[in-house]
Design a protein around this ligand. Structure first.
Ligand SMILES: Nc1ncnc2c1ncn2[C@@H]1O[C@H](COP(=O)(O)OP(=O)(O)OP(=O)(O)O)[C@@H](O)[C@H]1O
Ligand SMILES: [Mg+2]
Length: 367
């Protein structure tokens, strides 16, 4: 790291105020106001077409806002005297000249921005591309291209970093690496703003979240608060004497919902429920607190603003008497952790009416 800059403890922020972008009839970004602060990784979440990339392009002055403004360290991006040393960004990993080697691509950027050649070697090393540095980038795999884009973002050792879907195409080792890289950069006091549609990944990486849907701000909150406020926590109980258990719960004033061969109870602690079962001398085969994952919290929050629905047999359309588009989350994304009624959950009897996960969706809608 070069030593000539102001200390990283100075606040370097991205400030977005009333940011709006219209493409013809399409309102891609709708009055967004938020601040991205240093010291933590801020995740930028939203369904496909929510306006994440458009927002990031406007932050970099690559797109002109219809109204509103963005300030980087208090200035427009185009007013920054050494932009690469203020803000490093990866928006599109394919935006490189395929005939140039990784080394020459970075050298070109370095020389046009007053960055020493030695820094090119440093960033190639950081992203693990040194062995292929002299190869033309058009022969690079998706993951290698992402690494080159990340190297370019790091080149100016900037205090603010912005990555649009950086883990796309990376293998598990690469995902692990970039997660630690982002956390490390934030721990140095940098501002790290990263978009992703991989909720499970964000849960492991980001401390703060900005969530948008159809261009509008849905949440600007810490990760833990987001999960707490937008997801359901409950206790799952299973007993060979299910009817007696249900009676005991009702008698104790608990709202219990049968779920397969188990019972789910909202708003109660596992400890209290365990005591209740003991008082009634009930045998329990399961007593487990459950917390919905970020994926579920996200799907619940953005359910009304998902534009692009995949209609499958498990997500019936409104015309079939099912859930109208936008009224409930779409089919579970790959990697969604097991929820009651999903395949793989122990003791799950099989597909339910409305498809896998319908029980969970119905419950969330209060059905
Ligand atoms: N140059 C453009 N001209 C017209 N419409 C555009 C343009 N760029 C984006 N849009 C529209 O603006 C909306 C937001 O797009 P954007 O790419 O910002 O979404 P996103 O959140 O990045 O989605 P994804 O998760 O799929 O990357 C979309 O409906 C898109 O079709
Ligand atoms: Mg995008």
């Amino acid at each position: 790291m070069r030593g000539s800059w102001p200390p990283l403890s100075v606040l370097y922020m991205i400030e977005v105020e009333g940011l709006t972008k219209r493409y013809g009839d399409k309102l891609a970004v709708d009055g967004l106001t938020f601040t991205v602060r240093p010291g933590v990784v801020t995740g930028f979440l939203g369904p496909n077409g929510a306006g994440k990339s458009t927002t990031m392009r406007m932050m970099l002055d690559l797109d002109h806002p219809t109204s509103g403004r963005v300030r980087i360290d208090g200035h427009r991006y185009r007013q920054l005297s050494d932009p690469l040393t203020s803000l490093g960004a990866l928006l599109d990993a394919k935006a490189v000249h395929g005939g140039r080697s990784a080394y020459h691509h970075l050298l070109c950027l370095a020389q046009s921005n007053g960055i020493p050649r030695a820094r090119v070697h440093e960033v190639l090393d950081t992203v693990g591309l040194t062995p292929v540095a002299k190869k033309r980038s058009k022969g690079f795999s998706l993951g290698m291209g992402q690494r080159l884009g990340i190297a370019a973002a790091l080149l100016g050792d900037p205090r603010i970093l912005m990555f649009d879907e950086p883990v796309n195409g990376l293998d598990p080792e690469g995902i692990h690496w970039i997660r630690n890289l982002m956390k490390g950069l934030a721990a140095q006091g940098r501002t790290v703003f990263v978009s992703s549609h991989l909720m499970s990944e964000m849960a492991l990486t980001a401390e703060h979240l900005i969530v948008i849907g159809q261009g509008r701000l849905l949440a600007d909150t810490s990760m833990s608060r987001f999960i707490q406020e937008n997801s359901r926590s409950y206790v799952r109980m299973r007993s060979p004497e299910r009817e007696r258990l249900l009676d005991a719960l009702r008698e104790g004033g608990y709202a219990a919902v049968p779920a397969g061969d188990a019972v789910e109870i909202d708003g109660a602690s596992a400890a209290d429920l365990g005591e209740l079962a003991a008082r009634h001398r009930l045998v329990l085969h399961e007593l487990s607190p459950q917390q919905a994952s970020l994926e579920e919290a996200f799907m619940q929050l953005t359910a009304g603003s998902v534009e692009y629905h995949a209609h499958t047999a498990e997500a019936p359309r409104a015309a079939d008497g099912g859930v109208p588009p936008g009224a409930a989350p779409p089919a579970e994304a790959p990697g969604t952790p097991s929820t009651p009624g999903t395949p793989g959950a122990p003791g799950t009897p099989g597909p339910q009416p409305g498809g896998w996960g319908a029980g969970w969706r119905n419950k969330k809608r209060g059905a």
